[in-house]
Ligand binder design. Sequence first.
Ligand SMILES: Nc1ncnc2c1ncn2[C@@H]1O[C@H](COP(=O)(O)OP(=O)(O)OP(=O)(O)O)[C@@H](O)[C@H]1O
Ligand SMILES: [Mg+2]
Length: 303
Amino acid sequence: MILAVDVGYGYTKYAYQDKLSKFPSAVAHIPALTGFGETSTYTYNGSYYLVGENARLSETIPTRTENFLVKYSPLLLYHLFKKEGLKSVDTLCVSLSIAEFREKKDDLEEVCKVFTVNNEVYRQKEVVVFPQGLGIWITSGAPKDAIIVDIGFNTLDVLTIIDSKPRPEYSFSLSNMGVGNIIDAINDWVNSHFPGNSLSPHMADEILLNGGKFKIFRKQYDLSDFIEEQKRLFADDVISSVLSASKLKKVLLSIDEFIIAGGGAYYIPQEVADKHGFYIPENPEYANVKGFLIAAQSEESEG
Ligand SMILES: Nc1ncnc2c1ncn2[C@@H]1O[C@H](COP(=O)(O)OP(=O)(O)OP(=O)(O)O)[C@@H](O)[C@H]1O
Ligand SMILES: [Mg+2]
């Protein structure tokens, strides 16, 4: 079986057979537990962790931590395997942003190949590391020339394809240009109304996904107008940053296909996309992982 996984700073998306799903890329380190009750703790390298939804109410390790993916991918993968009742797979596709690809590829491959969590050993036959963005390109029909914008939780990645090949000289990553900007605005609101308190990024994201309705300290609030305004500002910001990027100056003039995906694509209004000729694939947050699966499947049938 082939399993494709896209571990993002916000969510771990995955695809296999007809399944598409995700969970928060959240990992919390916790002290050893004593006493009674059910626990969803995982043991890894002698330490205890809560992962994904189970880490919701804990202090999570910032996903921007140095080497987060190499350190914690086994925990996220273990969580996925448990959730889905999977054992080791034949081909595991994972990914890295273009910025980190060269430097981290071998390390990521190695930690994913064989890992032990909760004293259970998981061994994959093969691990393939893809550059993020490439999956979006494949899902969108692999046009010969394309600019691909992946708007994530933390980063905005731009991958340019010319003559069906990724071109690093016209590709770049803008950190702090993700949906995190809207999340920060929500947290600023919380902080100004409840001094000394802040939400975890995933909690603030839940408010955003919920259209602005939420409870704090057992009271109901509605930030829907504020959130609509933040979304508009965000869309304007994203589009003007990409369209004014100096690396893309000439590329934008001549390239036809302009694809926007990643979960942040939900915040680009359709009329804005139409005006600029942007194409947004269906379920844009899964575009990468769907593309990795397609690539690995065609490799398998050819191989
Ligand atoms: N179905 C959806 N509807 C509305 N918004 C969504 C949806 N899915 C994701 N989003 C929004 O898109 C954001 C980014 O999600 P995505 O999964 O692309 O991030 P990521 O890949 O984890 O981040 P990064 O690419 O920076 O590592 C989420 O935080 C959420 O606000
Ligand atoms: Mg992403």
